[in-house]
Design a protein around this ligand. Structure first.
Ligand code: SF4
Length: 733
């Protein structure tokens, strides 16, 4: 099947699956005698279509209809409106702005705006030309952006606005600035400095906002800003808070099973135990291989010999001892927080009995309280569902599993600081979607880099139903989001981007081209925010194996695991159980694939471990799922994958490493790199890419250098990895 055909086939299969799920969902709803939000729109449509007399009666009763945010209605809502307002729309008033159409992901269709005159021939269209919100330079920039926007709606004019408000004193800060930095940390530091400057000029924190494209970016930036001491409030996920992770680690460490050992790393370093991270790591190392629970393992004489004299160690032992039988997670946590430790008191300091002193302290207290509440809610609902078994089961285990499921599904509760944020003045960090309809005197729009704003595009999982969203203009949604973001600013707009993040280089966002002309007209050029912070030294703990000639040797599996997350790799080296994908064996190869390999007389080679990629600084011993020779003597190196073939599979850096190892180890032997799909029996030959392979190989060389220096930062390669990570509760993130 050709590429496009295959894509369509896959999308068709997923769409059919979704349709089947929908049928079952509808049956369940009907069985429960319930309706959902969609029915609230759809059932009235059916009624008004089947009963014209009811439609006429309603039109008589409500002769005038007003619809706000018309650019955000979906086709179903538009149809309902049409039935209510009558066929020609004579008495319908809609307010909408096609430049701000940002809810396509929930079915909003800009087609409603472009088709307004067709849907309502008697409707009159008028432009809102005056902007009463923003100062003249910001209005001018928004207008320049609007003129360059193409995606929102071709049929609508993209006229700009006129600034219609009286000008206010700007202070010494520029109205608009566009900054570039070398790193995410420098960007956060620059934003923190500007926040403080604006505060000095009399603009309270609460009148400043940072608008991020995604929650993931907001979360990451909020952490960096917290390190800079910026009073930023972000409705972060509760379970991403360090206090929640501490409490989960305490729960896990207290469970009498082998899995409790990994949590020792974190519990050992909480304030009133007080071991250092290195001591914590050593403790885990000494206990990991015993196969015992944390409490049993730390009572062994060899651990006692090393740690016995350290006061915190005795505290740890006592803590695990008293908590081991508390099978109710909420009670276990309450006992830890309020009776057996000074955890809360240490967070609150000497004045712990009084109210929190700042937003950070308020967040800490709220995180502790909410985590205990989450555990209480969990046990309560379990008892209701299963009253017979609940009293005897150790619900700490099921609670920890529940927490992981919440995180993995992206459904974790947000940290709630209370409606008034505890009365503390703070800068709001929100997503651009959530900022729609809001305005602030100062707005920061960070991360204007490719892959961030706009984020990397993903193929839609299922095809949109015909007629629901008729705008396929690529960047249209992102342009609208960018327009929404910059037009939230009243007095000052601060745009920024970094040129790199970790090892990755970041190109400027293509959305910046929308405002290039506007910035030029206003005489604004990009400024550079210097990085003045000293970075934390990377965590260094173990050293690489070094071969006799002094060049370090790593295996491809080691480096692949390290690239996945260096910290996770470090924990896995401690000898703890870890769920890993084991290479599939030849016996697991489906029959169709086996037949094809046999037909071509492909035979495994005798000494596969001779395959070594030789770089100037490191040798990498390549372990592949299949290393074989075909009948023509060609070396065939294959990676086994589950799932269906995807184009992106070919971009796996490991395949570049296979090729390099084949070139280095058997330069005179022709070779072929393949991917074998174990669920479908498909087989793909990987094309050589002179353009991309050097960059992919560099990742391995850099990982080897970092490993050699014993650097193990907590740096997951993908957003969802932590939720699946077995070391979540131990990890410092
Ligand atoms: S929790 Fe996340 S950052 Fe920590 S070790 Fe696991 S994957 Fe890495």
């Amino acid at each position: 099947m050709a590429g496009d055909e295959l894509k369509e086939f896959r999308q068709g299969a997923r769409t059919t699956e979704a349709a089947n799920v929908y049928i079952s969902y509808e049956k369940l709803l009907a069985g429960a005698n319930s309706i959902d939000y969609g029915d609230l729109i759809n059932l009235p449509i059916e009624l008004l279509q089947s009963r014209p007399d009811v439609a006429a009666m309603l039109r008589r009763q409500y002769p005038y209809v007003l619809a706000d945010e018309y650019q955000d209605v979906n086709r179903a809502c538009a149809r309902l409106l049409q039935l209510l307002a009558g066929p020609d729309g004579r008495n319908l008033w809609v307010v909408g702005d096609h430049r701000q159409s940002i809810y396509r992901f929930r079915g909003a269709s800009p087609a409603n705006m472009s088709g307004f005159q067709i849907d309502y021939p008697a409707g009159v269209r008028q432009e809102l030309a005056n902007n009463y919100r923003s100062c003249a330079p910001i209005v001018s920039l928004c207008s320049a952006a609007a003129r360059c926007m193409h995606g929102a709606n071709h049929a609508q004019s993209n006229d700009g606005w006129r600034s219609a408000r009286a000008e206010l004193e700007a202070g010494s800060a520029p109205r608009i600035s566009m900054a570039v930095t070398d790193s995410d940390e420098a960007q956060a530091e620059g934003i923190a400095n500007r926040i403080a400057d604006f505060r000095c000029q009399g603009i309270p924190y609460s009148e400043q906002a940072i608008l991020c494209r995604t929650h993931y970016q907001a979360n990451a930036l909020a952490k960096l800003l917290a390190k800079c001491g910026a009073p930023v409030h972000y409705a972060q996920g509760l379970l991403d808070r360090p206090e929640a992770r501490d409490l989960l680690a305490v729960l896990q460490a207290s469970i009498p099973s082998k899995s409790s050992v990994i949590a020792l790393q974190r519990v050992a370093t909480i304030s009133d135990v007080g071991l250092s991270p290195i001591q914590g790591a050593l403790l885990v190392r000494l206990t990991a291989e015993t196969g015992l629970s944390a409490l049993d393992a730390i009572q062994r004489s060899e651990v006692e010999d090393v740690f016995g004299e350290i006061p915190g160690f005795q505290k740890l032992r006592q803590l695990l001892h008293v908590l081991k039988d508390e099978i109710d997670p909420a009670r276990c946590l309450e006992r830890f927080v309020f009776h057996e430790s000074s955890y809360l008191a240490d967070l609150l300091g000497a004045e712990g009995a009084s109210a929190p002193r700042d937003l950070a302290e308020q967040a800490q207290i709220c995180a502790i309280r909410q985590t205990i509440e989450l555990a209480r809610m969990f046990t309560g609902s379990r008892r209701r569902l299963d009253p017979a078994s609940a009293p005897h089961a150790d619900m700490r285990v099921s609670f920890l599993e529940y927490v992981r499921r919440l995180m993995a599904s992206g459904s974790q509760p947000a940290l709630n600081l209370g409606d008034d944020l505890g009365g503390f003045d703070s800068v709001a960090m929100i997503t651009v979607h959530a900022a729609k309809g809001l305005e602030f005197p100062v707005v920061f729009v960070p991360n204007l880099s490719e892959g961030r704003f706009p984020p990397r595009s993903r193929e839609p999982l299922i095809a949109e139903p015909p007629g629901m969203a008729q705008d396929n203009s690529g960047d249209g949604d992102e342009q609208c989001l960018f327009f929404v973001a910059i037009s939230r600013a009243r007095e000052h707009l601060v745009l920024s981007r970094s040129t790199s993040s970790g090892d990755a280089t970041l190109a400027p966002s293509r959305l910046i081209t929308l405002i290039d002309g506007g910035l030029h007209e206003l005489g604004i050029t990009e400024t550079r925010w210097a990085d003045t912070q000293t970075r934390d030294a990377p965590e260094r703990e173990v050293h690489a194996d070094v071969n006799p000639v002094g060049k370090p040797v790593f295996t491809s599996s080691q480096l692949t695991a390290y690239l996945q997350c260096p910290r996770q790799y470090y924990y896995s080296r401690l000898g703890l159980d870890m769920a890993v994908d084991h290479p599939a064996t030849v016996q697991q190869v489906p029959k169709t694939l086996q037949a094809a390999l046999t037909r071509e007389r492909i035979r495994p080679v005798r000494q596969p471990n001779r395959l070594i990629a030789r770089f100037d600084t490191v040798h990498i011993c390549v372990e592949a799922d299949m290393i074989a020779c075909d009948v023509e003597g060609r070396l065939v190196i294959a990676k086994h994958l589950m799932g269906k073939p995807q184009d992106r599979d070919q971009a796996d850096p490991l395949l570049a490493l296979y090729r390099r190892a084949a070139d280095d180890s058997a330069p005179s032997q022709p070779s072929r790199i393949e991917i074998h799909y174990l669920s479908t029996g498909d087989r793909r030959v990987v094309a050589r890419s002179k353009k991309y392979e050097p960059g992919r190989l560099l990742k391995f060389v850099e990982a080897a250098a970092a490993l050699e220096h014993g650097e193990y930062p907590a740096r997951p390669a993908e957003p969802g990895l932590c939720a699946r990570c077995p070391y979540l509760v131990a990890c410092p993130t």
